[in-house]
Design a protein around this ligand. Structure first.
Ligand code: C5P
Length: 231
């Protein structure tokens, strides 16, 4: 079976408080999504990289992506939620390229520009023979407080056995389509959540904090620092 990657990039990035969607914010001199694309397209093990954009996206065409043209498939079929964007993208590639039910799909957020080659390879190595699939993740380091919704602590939660989910998350094409088709209504913030809802148990592949998710403006400087120290 082959490996493909899919980047849902159809969000508006409202938490960054910006007009420009997050995936296009300038990071180390490039649109943020460039960095994830460079990593994924640069992997000899990935056969194709699918980018899912919003139907009305006008920013993508303003940049030059020709260095990735041998692997890149760009589809303007994003939906109202991340899960819907991923599902739309998976269904669209079925019609246009030779992706098979048993092929692996690595779903990766454009907002994780610092994914390293080592983390990417580790995910594929550890899951290649897996029944279910899984995701990069990190054990929770901080002490966790549950609030009473008025910025007062209600109680301290045990952090034992808690992990932070990252991306890529890697599942077989057929399972992913099946899982995401079933989620209708329930809010899924990641793909593994949809697979879990089928009663399956994705594998946690140990990653580290450098594969951070750029969510707030202050994350940008840290991401640039990490990018500058990698390769
Ligand atoms: O907003 P958040 O950071 O959770 O978005 C995660 C990823 O999902 C981003 O790359 C974003 O562009 C994408 N997304 C999408 N379609 C949506 C919402 C988010 O492709 N409707």
């Amino acid at each position: 079976s082959n490996f493909f990657a899919l980047i849902p990039a159809a969000g508006s990035g409202s938490r960054m408080g910006n007009e420009l969607p997050k995936q296009y914010l300038s990071l180390a001199g490039k649109p943020m999504i460039y960095h994830a694309l460079r990593r994924l397209c640069g992997s000899d093990r990935l056969r194709g990289v699918i980018v899912v954009l919003a139907p009305d996206d006008s920013e993508w065409a303003r940049h030059d992506w020709s260095e990735f043209s041998d692997k890149l498939v760009v589809i303007h079929c994003g939906g109202g939620t991340r899960a819907q964007s991923v599902l739309n993208g998976l269904e669209a590639v079925r019609r246009t390229s030779s992706i098979a039910d048993a092929d692996w799909v690595l779903v990766h957020d454009a907002a994780r520009p610092c994914l390293s080659e080592r983390q990417l390879d580790k995910l594929m190595d550890e899951l290649a023979d897996d029944e279910v699939g899984g995701l990069l993740a990190v054990p929770v380091a901080d002490t966790l407080k549950r609030s009473d919704n008025s910025s007062r602590v209600e109680r301290t939660e045990s952090r034992e056995s808690l992990w932070q989910a990252q991306t890529p998350q890697m599942f077989r094409y057929k399972l992913l389509v099946e899982a995401l088709s079933m989620t209708g209504g329930t809010v899924m913030t990641d793909d593994a959540g949809a697979v879990e809802a089928l009663g399956l148990h994705p594998k946690l592949v140990l990653s580290d904090a450098r594969n951070l998710k750029v969510t707030y403006p202050q994350d940008m400087a840290l991401a640039e620092l990490i990018l500058g120290n990698s390769d």
